[in-house]
Design a protein around this ligand. Sequence first.
Ligand code: ADP
Ligand code: MG
Length: 436
Amino acid sequence: MSSEQGSVAGPPQDEYRILHEADLRDYLAAVPAVAARLGGAAEAWSIGEVGDGNLNLVFIVKGADGGVAVKQALPYVRLVGESWPLPLSRSHYEYLALTHQARLVPGLVPAVLHHNEGLALVVMELIEPHIIMRKGLIAGALYPRFVGDIATFMARTLFFSSDLALTAAKKKEGIAAFAGNHALCKITEDLIFTDPYRVAEQNRWTQPWLDATAAAFREDLDLHAAISRLKLIFLNAPEALIHGDLHTGSIMVTEDSTVVIDPEFAFYGPMGFDIGAVIANLLMAYLASAGHETSSGARRVFEVWLLETIENVWTEFSHEFLELWRTEGHGDAYPLTLFPGPAGAARLEVERQAYMARLFGDTVGFSAAKIIRRILGLAHNADFELIEDPRQRAICEARSLRLARAMMLEPSAFPTIGAVTMAARMVRDWLPDFAN
Ligand code: ADP
Ligand code: MG
């Protein structure tokens, strides 16, 4: 990996400046690996800003032979402006996470072609003709490769950065390498684990229909205890190097390919946060689907596929993760010398199952937290936002909140992923009071 890093890392001493189009063209022309990939004369390259993200600048650059994506961090949150500063170092952590993932799951993340620490810039492989998965799901498209790919992505990136695979020394070096990304963690700590449950200026929800639910969530002390418990796990459990923002807007897809982008929130945190993010976003796609149907039942095949996909994300992930543990569990946790012979092996296997049950409990809780923040907090998602009739949107959102609240407050009612999809299916046709 060090040689790979050496070839893509640019001069770190560059002083930060925002690269505008002409500047960017000159800059890229001077990076041999990038110029070679683009091909032809630099003057002929097309440069366009994509700009659908919340935080950064992303340029798509195309030349005679190929394309690249250029991501530059801004010293503030793009969505909000200069009043909300955010450290440029997030680009460094995104680069570190991308190279870590590329080693473990090549092909499931964009290859990094160049990195300039001073400019907070990453040049990577252009992912095309993929689209953002969330857009595809809103349109009702099915992605048959997705389950296998995301299960592999999560199983390998999480397992190989955990104590099950690493020595304690390596693990602690990893934690240290990402510890400085705390400003991004703080965004999660505030926007997901705190603000939706209190009066916060940036909160919003579909008014007036969800006013009463939003107020109830701000007053429900059992819910406040449950979300605080999850927040403590997020603060307090450096289990593995997690992606940190693994929603369907961070996944690019075609029917036969899946690529995960945007790991700038990466740090050593709880694995269930990543798995829960995937499941939450699929659950929201499912419960938003009624708001996108042109006639009742028109998206049935899609919705059935989504529920199966949710189930398979967990079952395939846990299958792959356990298989890695059995075959490559050479880390300092669970020393094999403590589990000798057939009796030891059997006892360790029981322990593995218990570990997965605990991880599933975390996953259910984080999944619920992710749903609630998208409906009552600052950042909403297009699955709901694009439902034009606000009352219909509120109905879909109320169903999602009902499900999420139950998942957060009654984890014992959701011992399996089948219990989650069953509850989703039941809430799909539930009508909140305001709809009667
Ligand atoms: P942000 O951190 O600001 O959310 P993202 O990394 O999510 O930025 O990128 C914003 C958008 O840019 C994505 O939604 C996607 O459309 C596009 N994009 C990002 N990286 C690539 C890539 N490697 N290839 C193609 N498009 C990309
Ligand atoms: Mg981002």
